[in-house]
Design a protein. Structure first.
Length: 191
């Protein structure tokens, strides 16, 4: 298990370095007090949002471990000891990369779909109105995206806020360059 963890961490560090190199290519060094969205890669922003809303799960949250990883058949995690933060972080990144790979044919939209899949599952995301609209070239997904905010069948304000934050930080519109769309404000809506 420790060897596998070390391999995964090494791979994630390489992927993170590659992503950050691509984000920083041809740019001046970031200002010291710049906003995180302006200095981090979008993948890192996505990881931060997931950590914020999932929090580090404890044994009482079984079968969820780390930052909301659903234990799959054959996986061995302790029922009594929570994952350490580095273990949970590595597992989150592995899961998010796997989800993004499922949607790689969506190009830059694979990240926002991967983040949605992290929360509702890749099957539900594949058949969602969000994926269907993006596949058809329709970029007007705000209402469809934030509609995925239910817990046990009922609307949940915290999940809705998570969807809004994910949309604002991760959805790149055709009409705005990435540095503008990362801070875009969605249309006004009420709870």
């Amino acid at each position: 298990m420790k060897k596998l963890f070390a391999i995964i961490c090494g791979a994630l560090l390489l992927v993170g370095a590659f992503i950050n190199m691509g984000a920083a290519a041809g740019t001046e060094p970031a200002e010291e007090n710049a906003t995180p969205a302006a200095t981090d890669s979008l993948f890192e922003v996505a990881v931060g949002i997931i950590k914020k809303y999932e929090t580090l799960h404890q044994p009482r949250h079984w079968p969820l471990v780390g930052y909301g990883h659903l234990i799959l058949p054959g996986e061995k995690f302790s029922r009594t000891k929570p994952l350490s933060e580095p273990e949970a972080d590595a597992l989150l990144r592995k899961d998010l990369l796997k989800n993004c790979a499922v949607f790689r044919n969506f190009g830059a939209d694979s990240l926002i779909l991967g983040v949605l899949a992290y929360n509702i599952g890749s099957g539900a995301t594949k058949s969602s109105s969000v994926a269907n609209k993006l596949a058809a070239g329709d970029r007007d997904i705000y209402e469809n995206f934030i509609a995925h905010c239910r817990y046990k069948g009922k609307p949940h304000a915290g999940i809705r806020q998570r969807r809004i934050e994910e949309y604002n930080a991760l959805f790149l519109t055709d009409s705005m360059p990435p540095e503008v769309s990362e801070t875009a404000v969605p249309p006004e809506t009420s709870l």
